[in-house]
Design a binder for this molecule. Sequence first.
Ligand code: HEM
Length: 313
Amino acid sequence: MLSRSTTLKSLLVLVFSGFLVTLLARAHEMNHETHEYIPAQPGDSRSPCPALNTLANHGYLPRDGRSISPSQMSKALKEAYHLSSPLSTLLTYGGFFLLRAPPPPTSVPTPLTLTSALSFSTHLLKTLPSMGAVLRDLDLSDLALHNHIEHDASLVHDNTPLGKKFASTHINSTLLETFLGASATGTHISLNDIALARVYRESQTTTPPIDAFHAEVARGEVALVLGIFGAPSSDGAFGTASSEGVKIDWIKEWFGSERLPIGWAPTHLQTLRQTVASSSGLRAAMGDIAQAIAGAGSKEAKVEKPVLVVQDN
Ligand code: HEM
């Protein structure tokens, strides 16, 4: 026969368990609720980065896009896009650094001697902000600071007019349509299609042309897209030239509405190594296009809207 105190204890355990289960279910529900898509409302802060805006639109980052810490950003990138820890850490802390440090130099001293190189490096080191200044929270719109991470020749954003400090965060729907037009199949955007689109945008950006550093940044951005959203190639690798690429509808939804594509879910861990490999693949494909243009001889060759056109003069 059970004593009164044992019965009371069992009852308390039962009530407590019930309370815990309800609490967990509620937390799960709330977590689910917080990731529904709600586009930016008036007054919300947004950036020129479709990846981060999407995270805010789904509540992985604060929906108002304000006061975001590096650890919050890194965690959100891992949670929503399944980036590996090294990749999300590098993107986040590298991003905060590039934003707060002076813009990367576009040229080195000439003539380049040991003395000039030393004084150049000392000058650069002196201009670096403190760790606290680099890592302070940001609002997404801070990222539009021109020529830090943000650059001209973007796929779906206008170039920044000369003399303006901040770039537009507005999506240019004509540029988006042009980008979608690069698809050779009409159903997917492959690595080669993206290379063509990048050559096209860079060919339109001449005053001044995009510098080598930002051209790499731009390739890195789309390498991430190919890796995260693209289909694997037959050998199971992500973001390679032999993959059919990303569904065109997903590109449209993600770039155009800054929304996680319906029907998409992370399939794999996106690593730094895969991203670097895709970026190198893009550089090679862009090089092939440049060579085709240079090798057209007496014919005129250019990338037009963005298709490689070769015609007799
Ligand atoms: C999953 C991770 C990420 C992906 C897939 C991604 C993707 C992209 C893409 C595709 C663009 C180009 C938009 C265009 O061409 O119009 C872009 C732009 C940009 N991203 Fe991200 N991004 C990621 C993470 C980050 C992080 C962590 C930061 C900074 C902390 C960042 C800052 C920017 C900025 C400032 C731009 C504007 C560059 C421009 O002028 O085109 N991104 N991103």
